[in-house]
Design a protein. Structure first.
Length: 396
């Protein structure tokens, strides 16, 4: 049976503000999508929040306060802020969320649980406002709570990304300086959240109390504690809310590629879904096909990484190779996302002997590929993915 869908409000600000309702067949829960603003020119794109109406009212993810978009996504990386972004009302996303609740026929008082799909800022930084308005309890996977609950997480992110970038060989001239980072920290330190319901196993959303028609699936790889919510009864009419694990048209950037490939394999082997509603981008009609596409996407990227490292290469050399990243990368411009993407592929190849570190010059690490066909390396990698007893510990 097809899931009924209707638009309650069209998007008005670069697509943000869209509100759509999905009604599951029979007595299943309904899902209202509320699309908050997040830049797509230098960011993941609009963040989709989902209001699940069951025997308890659940909001999945939060978006980011609009006033923090400029420092988080532009100033942090030395990018020019587009005039239309600079002109946005500082409380735009708060207004969008309140309007979405109104169109769904709900108020803040109806909200019982705020569930975070994972611990990245665009998924929890507006949580302080939501909890203050509603008194809702917060649920998140225990593996992502160190970042969600840490008031210094933004400063930690800035500090570690700078250190890693230097070892990758990435240019540093446009990175946010220390005084700017401390200013951003003062704006974000009170936005950490207390997690009331730490999730540590799959199954019912809340141990001891079954939230009707909603189950948790651990989907690690994009972050250690990434989760998906399965909404609806078993069968082809259920809906998956995968957070950032499955996205379309963009490809998610993992923090742990081994764990992510295992998650993609799990999704290919799971039962049918009517559709998946991700945290960014478009709805996904065929979960298995999208998971298979992303698995093949990383196989191609691993092969290109192995090829580039036929001669000693830094991770930044890999990142700036034509066709490697989703968009062209300027070798002289700081791009942490491209550098991170290259790094996770080098790390996984090193775990199966496909590349090894061959030199460190001026603090930059260089890697060289093994003298064997990539297909032989990939066969070992597939064995590693299948061996769930192996925990990825390799770092350089």
């Amino acid at each position: 049976m097809k899931i009924a869908e209707r638009t309650l409000q069209a998007g008005s600000i670069r697509g943000a503000g869209l509100v759509r309702r999905f009604d599951l067949p029979g007595s299943g829960p309904s899902i209202t999508q509320i699309t908050t603003f997040c830049p797509d020119d230098f960011g993941p794109g609009h963040t989709n929040l989902y209001l699940i109406e069951s025997n308890r009212m659940i909001l999945v993810d939060t978006g980011v306060p609009t006033r923090l978009i400029a420092p988080l996504f532009y100033s942090r990386f030395g990018r020019r802020i587009p005039p239309e972004v600079e002109a946005l009302p500082p409380d735009l996303n708060e207004r969008i969320l309140a309007r979405g609740l109104e169109l769904a026929g709900r108020t803040w008082d109806d909200l019982d649980l705020l569930v975070l799909s994972h611990g990245h800022g665009d998924h929890f930084l507006l949580g302080d406002h939501i909890v203050g308005q509603s008194g809702a309890r917060v649920a998140a996977h225990v593996l992502d709570t160190p970042f969600i609950c840490n008031p210094w997480s933004t400063l930690m992110m800035w500090s570690t990304s700078g250190q890693q970038a230097r070892s990758l060989g990435m240019p540093q001239n446009k990175v946010m300086n220390a005084s700017q980072a401390l200013s951003l920290q003062r704006q974000t330190m009170n936005l950490s959240l207390k997690v009331d319901l730490p999730i540590f196993e799959e199954g019912p959303l809340e141990p001891g109390y079954s939230v009707s028609g909603v189950r948790v699936k651990h989907l690690p790889g994009h972050s250690p504690g990434s989760i998906g919510l399965i909404v609806g009864d078993d069968g082809p009419d259920q809906v998956l809310l995968p957070g950032d694990v499955l996205l379309d048209p963009i490809t998610p950037i993992p923090t742990d590629l081994l764990a992510y490939l295992r998650t993609l394999e799990d999704l290919e082997n799971m039962g049918e879904f009517a559709l998946a509603l991700p945290a960014h981008g478009d709805e996904i009609a065929d979960v298995k096909a999208r998971a298979a596409f992303l698995r093949e996407h990383h196989r191609r990227r691993l092969g290109l990484t192995h090829h580039v490292c036929c001669r000693p290469a830094s991770i930044w050399d890999v990142a700036v190779t034509d066709g490697y990243f989703d968009v062209p990368v300027d070798p002289g411009e700081f791009n942490f996302l491209a550098g991170w993407e290259a790094m996770i592929h080098v790390v996984l190849l090193s775990m199966v002997g496909g590349v090894q570190r061959c030199d460190i010059r001026d603090g930059v690490h260089y890697f060289q590929a093994s003298h064997e066909p990539f297909e032989a390396v990939y066969d070992r990698l597939r064995e590693l993915v299948r061996d769930r007893a192996i925990i990825p510990l390799a770092r350089f």
